[in-house]
Design a protein around this ligand. Structure first.
Ligand SMILES: *Cc1c(COP(=O)(O)O)cnc(C)c1O
Length: 328
C-alpha cells in the first residue's frame, strides 16, 4: 500500500570501502522520493492513509526547527490535501536547518514556536480539536515504523532475487527509533538472521532505549497480531544500540563523523553531521571488528536537491521573528 515513494530503493556495493575481507553495501533510502527522499517518506506510507481513514483534515506534529520529519510531513500532508501544524523547538543554526525551515513555510506549514520540549505540549494543545491527527516526533509511531517493516521485507526480496547476499550486519541511525525498530521487526518477520546496529544520535539514552523497546512491541502487534510476542522477542534480540558515536549529543558534530563524511563523499554519498555521519563512522569501524563479513549501511538522508522547494519559500528576512529565534 505504498502511495508516496518509489520502491524498491537501489542497493549499491561500495567496493572501494572493502577492508580485510569485509564487503560493504548501501541501501539508498536517500532516493525514496524524487522531490524529497530519506526515511521519513516510508513512515508516512502508513500514517497518511490512516489520517484519511479517520477522516481527519489536519495533522499536528512536533520537531526541531530543521526537522526532516516536519518537512516530509508538510510536503506529503499538503499534497494529500491536509492542513499541517507543527510545534517547533530550537536547534543549532546551520544553513541546512535554515533551508528546511524556509522550505516548511514555502510548502504551507503552520509553524508554532516553543522554547523547548518541556513547553512544547502547551503549544501543541491549542492545535488539537476536531479533525486533527497527531503524529509523534520523527514520525515514530508504531504505524510509522510499519513503513520500515515493509523496507526490511523489500530488502529480503532483493536478497532473494540475488541483488546482494544476506548481510550479517545492518547499520542504521537511531534517533526517534521508528526506523531501527521497524527494520528489526521486519527482519524477524522475514526470518532473516541479520544483526541491526542502531547508532544512537539522541539523548537521554535510557529514554531512547525504552522508546525503542515499546516501538518494537507495538509495531510487532500491527505487523503480525497472531505472533506479536514471538516476533517482538526475536526483533529485540536482533537489535543492538550503539551509543559510543553520540559525541556531545544530538546535533553536535564529532571528529569521527567529519572523517566519515569525507570518506563517504569519495564514494558519492552526502552525509549530515546530526544523523548519518555518526552512523557511517560506526559502519567504517565495524569493518575492522572481525565479527562481520557483509555490512549493509542503510542511508536515511534525502539526496533530493532542496533548491526547488526553496523557490516559493520566504526569504529568511520574512520568516516570523518567533521562529527565527529557534535558530540557536
Ligand atoms: C529522522 C532521521 C533519522 C532517524 O530515524 P528515526 O526513525 O527517528 O530513528 C536518521 N537519519 C535521518 C537523515 C533522519 O532525518
Amino acid at each position: 500500500m505504498n502511495v508516496l515513494g518509489t520502491y524498491p530503493t537501489p542497493i549499491e556495493r561500495l567496493e572501494s570501502l572493502d577492508q580485510s575481507g569485509v564487503a560493504v553495501w548501501v541501501k539508498r533510502d536517500d532516493q525514496t522520493h524524487p522531490v524529497y527522499g530519506g526515511n521519513k517518506v516510508r513512515k508516512l506510507e502508513h500514517i497518511l492513509p490512516e489520517v484519511k481513514r479517520r477522516q481527519a483534515n489536519r495533522v499536528v506534529t512536533v520537531g526541531a526547527v530543521g526537522s526532516h520529519h516536519v518537512l516530509a510531513t508538510t510536503l506529503f500532508g499538503r499534497q494529500a490535501g491536509l492542513d499541517v501544524d507543527a510545534v517547533l523547538v530550537p536547534q543549532p543554526r546551520t544553513a541546512h536547518v535554515e533551508a528546511n525551515l524556509r522550505a516548511d513555510l514555502g510548502a504551507g506549514l503552520r509553524a508554532h514556536a516553543a522554547s523547548g520540549m518541556v513547553t512544547a505540549p502547551f503549544r501543541l494543545l491549542p492545535c488539537f480539536g476536531e479533525g486533527a491527527f497527531f503524529i509523534p516526533m520523527g514520525g515514530s509511531s508504531p504505524l510509522g515504523a510499519l513503513g520500515y517493516v515493509d523496507a526490511a521485507l523489500e530488502l529480503a526480496e532483493q536478497i532473494r532475487s540475488g541483488i546482494l547476499p544476506a548481510p550479517d550486519l545492518v547499520t542504521v541511525t537511531l534517533g526517534s527509533g521508528g526506523t531501527a525498530a521497524g527494520l528489526a521487526v521486519g527482519f524477524a518477520k522475514a526470518g532473516l538472521d541479520v544483526r541491526v546496529l542502531g547508532v544512537c544520535v539522541a539523548t537521554p539514552v535510557f529514554a531512547v532505549q525504552a522508546l525503542v523497546r515499546w516501538l518494537i512491541d507495538e509495531t510487532a502487534r500491527l505487523a503480525d497480531p497472531m505472533h506479536a510476542r514471538i516476533l517482538a522477542t526475536r526483533a529485540r534480540s536482533l537489535l543492538s544500540i550503539e551509543t559510543s558515536y553520540l559525541g556531545a549529543g544530538y546535533g553536535s558534530p564529532t571528529p569521527e563523523g567529519d572523517e566519515a563524511t569525507r570518506i563517504a563523499g569519495d564514494v558519492g554519498l552526502k552525509l549530515d553531521p546530526t544523523y548519518t555521519a555518526k552512523t557511517f563512522a560506526a559502519t567504517l569501524a565495524h569493518r575492522a571488528s572481525g565479527a562481520h563479513r557483509r555490512i549493509l549501511y542503510w542511508h536515511t538522508l534525502s539526496s533530493a536537491p532542496l533548491a526547488p522547494l526553496l523557490e516559493n519559500a520566504p526569504s529568511l528576512d520574512l520568516v516570523p521573528a518567533a521562529l527565527k529565534k529557534l535558530l540557536r
